[in-house]
Design a binder for this molecule. Structure first.
Ligand SMILES: Nc1ncnc2c1ncn2[C@@H]1O[C@H](COP(=O)(O)OP(=O)(O)OP(=O)(O)O)[C@@H](O)[C@H]1O
Length: 346
């Protein structure tokens, strides 16, 4: 549905500002019906990247195609036509304060010249879909942030787009409202088969609804893959830092402070265990304890299922002798298990 091939965007030098290479040869392909998330820090190039998808930013090199149409080659008129097929939702909702929820959703249809009856027929079920059937006459000032974003989603869907572009759509919302909006986007994706491309700086958003993720850094996609894979085995420092920001992904500070104790018969070795596939659902730790006749201390971690893929990350302490003898590594040898020794505590 969306194909970017070797896309460059250079903003020319202006005044005392030097030229900025906002995108440096970005390639990504999003199949129909997928939710694709682009994550990156501020200034990494997320907005510029997503703006190329509906031609709001013209690349200085490379190609952008949406549903086979070369967006970067269209003239302004043809581009306006294509943009209707790409719905957009924004961090700050961008609603018209003078219009009701109904009026905001109706606006793109009025611009298309639809009759009042046709508009009514399309807007009413959309307001129902986003859970605002009873708020149709409310104005933005009377709606909560989450409700405003629901109006934004209904408005984006009004023209029956093929693609939904989400620009940090949950960044201004609290965690609970964020979850409900993400659940709505996942439902829209599943029920309408809509392809969604979103940009975010929050790993929870990626984890919650995306099928695949691209990590953007300094204008380039430095890592890409199914979310469960990037989540379990981040390859780059940037991806590791995003993944590390999630709860349970770091060794508890109290244990970290004690690392570095000398290796003694009585010390404990601290391990990070990443379990995927079957290893994440089987009693891996109790089996280890039983097989080696050792006590295992679970010190922290996270157990989750990402896109139906079980995943567990555990910080655990084992008797140092069982580690130095190689017995723990041997007992845990499996392609589904990744083991990392972090240090020793007294
Ligand atoms: N119109 C412009 N003219 C000049 N430079 C620009 C323009 N738009 C973006 N840039 C520069 O391109 C780089 C990427 O910006 P972009 O807005 O795409 O990043 P971002 O990842 O979306 O950041 P944020 O999360 O803060 O919105 C930045 O260095 C920015 O200053």
């Amino acid at each position: 549905m969306i194909e970017l091939d070797g896309v460059w965007k250079t903003f020319p030098a202006r005044g005392s500002d030097t030229a900025v290479e906002a995108l440096r040869g970005v390639s990504l392909h999003v199949p129909r019906g997928e939710i694709y998330g682009v994550i990156g820090r501020s200034g990494a190039g997320k907005s510029t990247l997503i703006r190329t998808i509906n031609g709001l930013e013209r690349p200085t090199g490379g190609e952008v195609r949406v549903d086979g149409i070369a967006i970067d080659k269209l003239d302004e008129r043809a581009l306006r036509e294509e943009r209707r097929k790409i719905g957009m939702i924004f961090q700050h909702f961008n609603l018209l304060s003078s219009r009701s929820a109904f009026g905001n959703v109706a606006l793109p249809l009025e611009l298309l010249g639809l009759s009042r009856r046709e508009i009514e027929k399309r807007v009413t079920p959309l307001l129902e879909l986003v859970g605002l059937g009873d708020k149709r006459d409310r104005h933005p000032v009377e709606l909560s942030g989450g409700q405003k974003q629901r109006v934004g989603i209904a408005r984006a869907l009004a023209t029956e787009p093929k693609v939904l572009r989400s620009d940090e759509a949950t960044s201004a919302l609290d965690p609970e409202t964020t979850r409900s909006i993400l659940a709505l986007l996942a439902r829209v994706n599943a029920e309408l088969g809509l392809t969604i491309v979103l940009i975010t700086h929050e790993m929870t958003v990626i984890k919650e609804i995306c099928h695949r993720v691209g990590v953007i850094d300094d204008g380039a996609i430095i890592e890409e893959g199914p979310v469960h894979q990037v989540f379990a085995h981040p390859q780059t420092a940037t991806a590791r830092s995003f993944v590390g920001s999630l709860a349970g992904r770091e060794l508890p500070a109290s244990v970290k402070a004690q690392l570095g104790a000398p290796v003694e018969a009585s010390s404990q070795t601290i391990l990070r265990l990443t379990l995927t596939g079957e290893a994440a659902t089987q009693p891996t730790v109790t089996k280890l304890a039983r097989a080696l006749g050792i006590d295992v201390a679970i010190l922290g971690g996270q157990i989750d299922s990402i896109g139906g893929h079980p995943f567990a990350l555990l910080f655990m302490g084992v008797p140092t002798a069982s580690w130095t003898s190689g017995a723990v590594s041997a007992a845990l040898a499996s392609p589904d298990i990744q083991l990392e020794m972090l240090g020793h505590v007294a």
